[in-house]
Structures are given as structure tokens and as C-alpha cells.
Design a protein around this ligand. Sequence first.
Ligand code: ADP
Ligand code: ADP
Length: 225
Amino acid sequence: MASLSLKHINKTYPNGYEAVKDFNLEIEDKEFIIFVGPSGCGKSTTLRMIAGLEDITGGELYIGDTKMNDVDPKDRDIAMVFQNYALYPHMTVYDNMAFGLKLRKVPKDQIDKMVREAAKILDLEPLLDRKPKALSGGQRQRVAMGRAIVRDPKVFLMDEPLSNLDAKLRGQMRVEISRLHQRLGTTIIYVTHDQTEAMTLGTRIVVMNGGIVQQVDTPQVLYDK
Ligand code: ADP
Ligand code: ADP
């Protein structure tokens, strides 16, 4: 069964601009899907619709057998990692990671267990009491991923998560994301401009242009000729 189905998805913004046109894709469990394409082609809009942060104006979105179009973001079993990290500056790393769970009224001892488990996976244990401004870029990015991991989501959405990092760190984090994918066994949809990331991480690559899906292929087919 497909883990995620996008059927004839459309996005027309309130100003009338059609940012995504008839997007169709069946994503299997544990796939690592990459979105590529020029700036403004509709990649982020598509991710945001899947996350529920943007209304879908046409078509249907399914997770498994459940139609998700009108489901609240926090009930979607999906977590998103943004390129600007979106950490709360006044909160410690621990509280940043615990915040979403607290909102969902998860019991405190369970929150503690989940946060520490995620911190372990991401090497964040020594940093739990720090605030974001006392972290490096790579550490902040890890915390952003930690916030997503504690949700234990079925699907991860990552919008250029490494674009603010320097080349060396980007390489390291690429390897970490690949390990994370294997270890957690989740489905990932990942937006990038970086061909190395697309080639090394992706099971399939979706090429978009002008709001339209132009091609869907494996990295081998897309790049190896
Ligand atoms: P990408 O992520 O591929 O760079 P986006 O999904 O961010 O592209 O944007 C797709 C198109 O939709 C762009 O032309 C952008 O200007 C437009 N767009 C994004 N947000 C809005 C909005 N709130 N209202 C109108 N147009 C928007
Ligand atoms: P957090 O995402 O911080 O773990 P919540 O899910 O409770 O905590 O929501 C906090 C904010 O995160 C919300 O205001 C919303 O904008 C955003 N958000 C909620 N659900 C999602 C999601 N599935 N993907 C991305 N962002 C989300």
C-alpha cells in the first residue's frame, strides 16, 4: 500500500496564482522522495499542503487509506523540518524538542523518554540545556530534526534542510540524514537544489517546473547518462 498518495493536487493561491497543477504521485512506505526544480516551481507549496500548513484547493491527499485534505496538521502523523530551523529562541534544546508533545498533552515522563531517545540518536544529549543561540548551525539543524523525530511521524518533510550549512557540514549531515532514514524506517520527502543530495539520498526524484511534475525517476535514470 502506498504510504502517501497525491491525486490531482492543485494549489491556487487566493490571489489567483496557480502554483501547483495536477500533481500526481504514489509514494511507498520508506521511500526517500526528492523534489527538485527551479525556484518558484511549487516545491515548498506542495510540501506545505502535505503538512497541512496550506489549504489544498483541488485533488485529494491520502496517508494510507485516510483522506487528509481537511485533517489538522497536528493530527497528520507528519513532521516537517524547515531550512530556517524555526527553533524557539527563548527555550532550551530540551524544551524545543518537548514543546509539540506538551501541546499534545503527552504525559511528562513519556515526553522525557521520547526527548532523550531522540537526543541520543542525534548526539544532542550534551546540549539539552542550551538555548539555540549557543549552538552551531549544524547543531541547530540537528535540534530541528530532533523536534521532528520526537513526533515519531510516519512521514518526514524536509525543505532544503541543509541549505544554510557550509559544504563540509552539509556533507556530514547528508550522511546523518541517510542513517536516520535507515534507522527510523520512515518515508521522507526532501526538497533540495543540491544534485549530490538528490543522487545520494533519493530513491526517486520528482522534477518540477512551473507547478507541473515533469518527470519522476530514480537517480540512476535521471543523472547517470
Ligand atoms: P519553490 O518552493 O519551488 O521555490 P514555492 O512553492 O515556494 O516554490 O512557490 C511557488 C509559486 O507560488 C511561486 O511563484 C511563488 O511566488 C508563489 N507563491 C508562494 N506563496 C504564495 C502566496 N501566499 N500567494 C501567492 N503566490 C504564492
Ligand atoms: P511542534 O511542531 O513544535 O512539534 P506542534 O505540532 O504542536 O508542535 O505545532 C506547533 C507548530 O508547528 C504549529 O503552530 C504549526 O504551525 C506547526 N506544525 C504543526 N504540525 C505540523 C506538521 N505536521 N508539520 C510541520 N509543522 C507543523
